[in-house]
Design a protein. Structure first.
Length: 256
């Protein structure tokens, strides 16, 4: 018998419903894979109601034990990791304490879910982890009681610069002594900051000095030949910056 579970575009996201044996679709239509690639621990399910979330069933299944690990296959990169918890057993702070490490680094020390939100309430903790060996390693070690986790969410950080409009950027015909400006917009559609450190003017024909780039208030001018210029522009995720390109022809012909 052959079976498999698709978890979406490789590296874009990893959603694991710990302790579950079937796929779970949450209130935002995300698909969570059933528990896999764990070492140790026990899969458990509760029927208690869970507050603080529209996705109670995601929290009602979980993996628990004095010590267990996950070794999740992912592409190398930097990940935003969110662990989902709920406390079903503790009745006072200190009843359950656990240490959690990611990629061998302690990220949560003496985590006490009850002390944070009490019992039967959804709780999340997030941190960053860098994977360089194709495996996201998560280690759960009990300090008091047993360790526990209801779901694991890992999303790769990425930078993506989008220039709009995306159609061909053509100045068409411009008379000598006149100017034409293309007004473009740069947007960071990724999840991590973009730092632009240089600008290239690649001259195929004509003269590069006929082109000017105003990048968020900083102006850069081409030269007779192709040239690389140091530049400064930082865009946080979701941030935009205007890119105004001016063509000032000084000779007949074209600049490309």
């Amino acid at each position: 018998m052959l079976s498999g579970i698709g978890i979406g575009e490789a590296g874009a996201e990893l959603l694991v419903d710990c302790g579950a044996s079937s796929i779970f679709m949450d209130s935002t239509f995300q698909m969570w894979a059933p528990d896999y690639q764990f070492i140790g621990g026990t899969a458990t399910t509760k029927i208690d109601p869970v507050g603080g979330t529209p996705d109670e069933d995601l929290y009602k299944s979980y993996r628990t034990g004095s010590a267990f690990q996950y070794a999740l296959d992912v592409p190398d990169g930097v990940y935003d990791v969110t662990l989902h918890f709920v406390e079903f057993a503790a009745v006072a702070p200190g009843n359950r304490l656990m240490d959690i490490s990611a990629e061998g680094v302690l990220v949560l020390d003496d985590l006490d879910i009850f002390a944070q939100v009490g019992a039967d309430v959804a709780y999340q903790e997030s941190f960053s982890a860098t994977v360089s060996d194709g495996v996201l390693d998560l280690d759960f070690q009990a300090v008091a009681g047993n360790s526990i986790v209801s779901a694991i969410e890992a999303r790769m950080q990425f930078a993506e610069l989008e220039i709009t409009p995306t159609l061909a950027h053509d100045f068409t015909f411009v008379d000598q002594g006149s100017t034409s400006v293309l007004n473009l917009m740069a947007e960071n559609t990724g999840t991590t900051q973009i730092d632009v450190s240089s600008v290239d003017f690649n001259v195929n024909s004509g003269a590069g000095h006929e082109l000017l780039l105003d990048m968020d208030g900083n102006v850069y001018m081409g030269d007779e030949e192709s040239i690389n210029l140091p530049a400064t522009l930082s865009l946080a995720p979701g941030a935009t910056a205007p890119l105004d390109i001016t063509f000032q022809p000084t000779d007949h012909g074209s600049a490309q």
